[in-house]
Ligand binder design. Structure first.
Ligand SMILES: [Zn+2]
Ligand SMILES: [Zn+2]
Length: 366
């Protein structure tokens, strides 16, 4: 199948839009005609090789599209189905078999290895093999090959071009609150960072009926949107010390729930001190590999919990359709985060994402 794809050939980019050939689906693969694909921080992390992978590679891991063809062993979806593509897991390691697929022991190779399960290359530029199967999809392309485990059938009544970000960034933010931290109604929560993940977390906190939702960022346009989406308090960290402000807003006890989405180690070091005694903090933002922080051990000793959260602790087959239903009911307006670009505008989309002028770029393929 001949199509266009955005290829990263060297550390730091740029993305180059090239003619490529996508292989026919293997027995366990699904060929999806990509309608649109979100751009997520992890695409840029890999472009910049902060997490080293093979290059050249076709990235893209928030694809949405229409099933074109399925391999002989695929029964979950059929041609014509609308699907969202998400992160990939193996289904047969100890953690997957224990029902904890978010801790899949084979996740690194399956999502970042640049080859299919069987080690094949499925994307070529002429005779040149390219890194493929990024997050089991490589969806910065007109067509992508996915698997049953990372393909979620979705409601056909909702515009498909909106739905790709539910596969990673949006489910990460909303799920970190609704699945991982799971605050009871009436809770207080503080969210560091009002990017696409942080604002999705704000919407999750509203759905969870949190009554104090404090959001911290350094960009006023993002804080304004946080307020529009339901934040009860916003703090501009360029003007106000956020840790002191959170302590004041919570009567000196800190917040019962904290979520760090910026990936900035200095922000995380401060954010930890906003966790109330007995409270729980989640780390969602990813700094460069090898980054460490200093933590006051005795502060943590008083029943404070701190955990990492991958992909919002989501079982995507259940969680993505729920988010779509909430969107249809007007309770999860994630479309407010999205700005559309064409595939040819992918480098502009990356730049706008990095400078904060666009919260969630989505590339429209058709
Ligand atoms: Zn596994
Ligand atoms: Zn992502």
């Amino acid at each position: 199948m001949q199509t266009k794809a955005a290829v990263v050939r060297a550390k730091g980019g740029p993305f180059t839009v090239e003619e490529v050939v996508i292989a026919e689906p293997a027995a366990d693969q699904i060929l999806v005609k990509i309608v649109a694909v979100g751009m997520c921080h992890t695409d840029l992390t890999i472009r910049d090789q902060n997490l080293p992978t093979m290059l050249p590679m076709v990235l893209g891991h928030e694809g949405s599209g229409i099933v074109e063809k399925v391999g002989a062993n695929v029964t979950k979806v059929e041609p014509g189905d609308h699907v969202v593509l998400t992160f990939h897991t193996c289904g047969h390691c100890t953690n997957c078999l224990s029902g904890n697929h978010l801790s899949c022991e084979n996740a690194f190779g399956l999502n970042f290895g640049g080859r299919t399960h069987s080690g094949d290359c499925t994307i070529h530029a002429g005779d040149e093999p390219l890194g493929c199967s990024f997050f089991g999809q490589s969806s910065f392309a007109g067509y992508a090959l996915s698997y049953e485990r990372n393909t979620v059938a979705v409601d056909k009544s909702v515009p498909l071009e909106l739905l790709g970000p539910l596969g990673c960034g949006v489910q990460t933010g909303a799920g970190s609150v609704l699945n991982a931290l799971n605050p009871p109604a009436g809770s207080d929560i503080v969210i560091f960072g009002a990017g696409a993940v942080g604002l999705s977390a704000v919407m999750g906190a509203v759905i969870a009926n949190c009554t104090t939702i404090i959001v911290i960022d350094i960009k006023q346009n993002r804080l304004d949107l946080a307020t529009e989406l339901g934040a009860t308090h916003v703090i501009n960290a360029e003007q106000t010390n956020p840790v002191e402000a959170v302590m004041e807003l919570t009567g000196g006890r800190g917040a019962s729930y904290m979520l760090e989405t910026t990936g900035n180690a200095k922000v995380l070091e401060g954010a930890i001190y906003t966790i109330a005694m007995g409270g729980e903090g989640g780390i969602v933002g990813a700094p460069a590999m090898g980054t460490t922080i200093n933590v006051d051990v005795n502060f943590m000793l008083f029943n404070r919990h701190l955990r990492g959260i991958i992909e919002g602790d989501s079982n995507s087959d259940i969680f993505i359709p729920r988010l779509i239903e909430l969107y249809k009911q007007g309770k999860f307006p994630f479309d407010k985060l999205i700005k559309f670009y064409t595939l040819d505008e992918i480098n502009q989309a990356a730049e706008d994402s990095e400078n904060g002028s666009t919260l969630k770029p989505v590339l429209k393929l058709i």
